[in-house]
Design a protein. Structure first.
Length: 216
């Protein structure tokens, strides 16, 4: 599905943060009237979202793939997200508010792993209406699931495991505490978060996300 669609124009922008001293970078795709923020996992960077961001832009979204202010580039070219959780959440919230300032009729967010925690914590501290929908990919969705707003999609592979054990029980517990409307999708395999896109379950995962963010 991704190969069938032409890439949209993409550029990197700088977003000033409310403290007046800090800023973040984000890759912006598309020019639709709906906004979408993408928050990467701990071993990824903003560029990792390019295939999915192009598809979302083709679906009518203005997409911002955020680079967290604490991200570090490793010698092998990979990225490590090393900033405090509260900074990551603030970066997501700043990106959401930036899109609102550009006249988006609504703004949603997708977060993978650590990025999902940042999306959830940002949503939990946001003003009413700032988040339309949130997607948590291999993530519990932050520390306060009971404060999440809007529509929610939790998506995880059944055998996804961290050093602390299986991730599914924690995700199910947070899902249980999140208010409606909400949906939990469990796919086969053990791939974690953004790694799911490169597996046999990748097309299903992407289709579930596209259906969720575009449905009326």
């Amino acid at each position: 599905m991704l190969l069938a669609l032409p890439a949209t124009a993409q550029q990197t922008i700088t977003i000033s943060l409310p403290d007046g001293h800090s800023s973040i970078q984000a890759d912006i795709y598309g020019s639709g009237d709906r906004g979408l923020v993408l928050a990467h996992g701990g071993r990824f960077g903003k560029e990792s979202w390019a295939p999915q961001a192009n598809l979302f832009a083709q679906k009518g979204f203005t997409v911002l793939a955020v680079q967290f202010r604490g991200d570090k580039k490793n010698p092998d070219g990979s990225t490590s997200a090393e900033g405090p959780d509260e900074d990551n959440a603030a970066d997501v919230l700043a990106a959401v508010q930036y899109l609102h300032s550009k006249g988006m009729r609504n703004v949603s967010a997708i977060g993978a792993s650590l990025g999902g925690d940042a999306v959830g914590d940002a949503d939990a501290q946001s003003n009413p209406g700032e988040f339309d929908r949130v997607v948590f990919l291999g993530s519990e969705g932050g520390s306060h699931p009971e404060k999440l707003t809007g529509r929610k999609l939790f998506l995880v592979s059944r055998d996804d495991t961290s050093g602390d054990g299986p991730r599914l029980p924690g995700i199910q517990a947070h899902f249980a505490h999140a208010p409606q409307p909400k949906k939990l999708v469990i796919v086969n395999g053990s791939a974690h978060a953004q790694y799911l896109f490169g597996t046999d379950e990748g097309p299903r995962v992407l289709n579930e996300i596209v259906k969720f963010i575009t449905q009326q």
